[in-house]
Ligand binder design. Sequence first.
Ligand SMILES: [Cu+2]
Length: 167
Amino acid sequence: MQMMVLTVSLVLMAVVALIFVAAVRSAGIEQAPANTDRNRTFLIYGMLIVGVVVTAGSLRQWPHAISSSTETVQVNATGYQWYWELDKEEVPIGKSVIFNVHTKDATHGLGVIDPNGRLLFQTQAMPGYVNQVEYIFSEPGKHQILCMEFCGIGHHDMTSEFNVVAK
Ligand SMILES: [Cu+2]
C-alpha cells in the first residue's frame, strides 16, 4: 500500500513538473541581467535540495509502516462476545510488537491501556479482516486491553491484560 501511494505521488509530481516545464518553454522569456540568472539558479537548486531532504526525512516516519525487521514479536488478538483471546501473556520492552487483531463474531475495538491508565493505541477488530498495529512499548508493567466499540450487553466486561517485560 505504501509503495503504491509513493508511486502515485511520484507520477503526479512528474506530471506537474512536465506542465511547469511546458509553460516555461512556451512563455516568451526576456533577457535578464547576468546576475539574476545566477541568483535564480542558486534559488532553484537550493529549494530542490531542501525539498528532497525534507521529503526523505518525513517519509521515514510514516506511523503505519509495518516493520520487516526480524526483531518483531507477533501477538494474535481475537475478539469474541465478550472476551479477548491473546496468544501471548508477555511482550518485550523496546522491541517492535505487531498485534494481529480480528474477531470471530461482531465488530469490536482493541484498545491498549498502559499502567498509568493512558490509552496507547487502538484499532478495530472486524470479522473477516486482520488489522495490524505495530507498537514499541517503553514502559514495563501490566497493560490492559479494553473493547473500544460497543458490542452488546457484555461490552463493559470485555477486558484482558498482558505484561510488558524487560528482556
Ligand atoms: Cu465491545
